[in-house]
Design a protein around this ligand. Sequence first.
Ligand code: GDP
Ligand code: MG
Length: 440
Amino acid sequence: LSERLGGILDRLTGRGALTEKDVDAAMREVRRALLEADVALEVVRSFTERVREQAIGATVVKSVTPGQMVVKIVHDELINTLGAEGQTIDVNSVPPVPIMMVGLQGSGKTTTTAKLARRLVQRDKRKVLMASLDVYRPAAMEQLAVLGRDLDIPTLPIVAGQQPTQIAKRALEAGKLGGYDIVLLDTAGRTTLDEEMMAEAAAIKAAANPHEVLLVADSLTGQDAVNLARSFDQRVGLTGIVLTRVDGDGRGGAALSMRAVTGKPIKLIGTGEKTDALEDFHPDRIAGRILGMGDVVSLVERAAANIDAEKAARTAERMRKGQFDLNDMREQLSQMANMGGISGLMGMMPGISKMKNQIAAAGIDDKILKRQVAIIDSMTREERRHPDLLKASRKKRIAAGSGQSVEHVNKLLKMHRNMADVMKAMGSGKRGPLAGIAQA
Ligand code: GDP
Ligand code: MG
């Protein structure tokens, strides 16, 4: 994608806002890249539509090209869609906590069961029992038993002639009797999505009432990923997805497809055949993979850094000239909100925590940050540049527009004057910008 977008990047030389034409040209390439990465068609469609909406009209800052800007928007939306990091397996329930694996045959369920058991035992110090519910292939049960012996993790003794639901119940019973924390249920897959498998999985779920139902899916699954994830989610109900064979050369499009259609988090990834090859899911890595390489990530980071640096430099320059207007103030306020608000800032900057009492006394909290931004947003461009214009009638209008009182508008203006004064004085390095807020 970077190469392709590189081509477009050269063609998009305009500055200012991204035009519809620019964006459409870039979207065609994005679309092609996603399809090449094996993202399912319907997901590609909705994804590019979302990116398109965000991209059109987006301001291109001087230090990045419009193409880079598009790549950044695509990358951010990919991460956004792929979901948050740190979605772990939830084992907080009454022991023995049942966790069930579902998926097609060969997707890696048995291997993942052993990998997860290993992690839970070795890292989390849990007592884990594994049970194979694959009654169709005796070798499958034996496979889990062998893995268990290697890891020194117990597996449920094999009893011939039992139905999967009976085995599930027996496993939970054994889990209870043996004082286990967690019981992992490895189910049988089929080579295709068929009704028998779904009915069986649904029956096991009903019998075992698992705390987690994990869809184990090969990262190389292409267009089928959508049907696969949707069917399992609708028929059985999933709590998460484990993506396997991420060590292969697949581009990981299945991750986006499955996440997009089910909304269920990708909780783990398998990165090899060995039982230690299990990792947490990092959306940025998969995003980089889907976009084709690590280049994009560094490109995006550079773009993001440039964007921030440029904004900061612009504000600093204006401050130096004593031109700190309400636009600059809005910029500062929203940057503060981005950094986790007042409490986030206090955590990051030791000096500020000393002002805790002052800030508290001034009644500044994150809600106020939002309110202040809302007030500024209700002003016209002219008003933001020239706060002096703001007389009674305009204040009334702004108050109404932002759903605040005139008193709040006055407070904000006072705070702006304080901040502007502090900014000017900042050369002396005595006080930080928050001092202005605390005086408001
Ligand atoms: P099941 O039919 O869903 O139980 O699949 P298995 O767990 O038996 O796995 C099928 C094959 O895929 C085995 O040869 C595993 O070693 C292999 N496998 C499973 N997970 C991974 C993975 O993350 N990476 C690689 N390279 N191979 C895997
Ligand atoms: Mg198996």
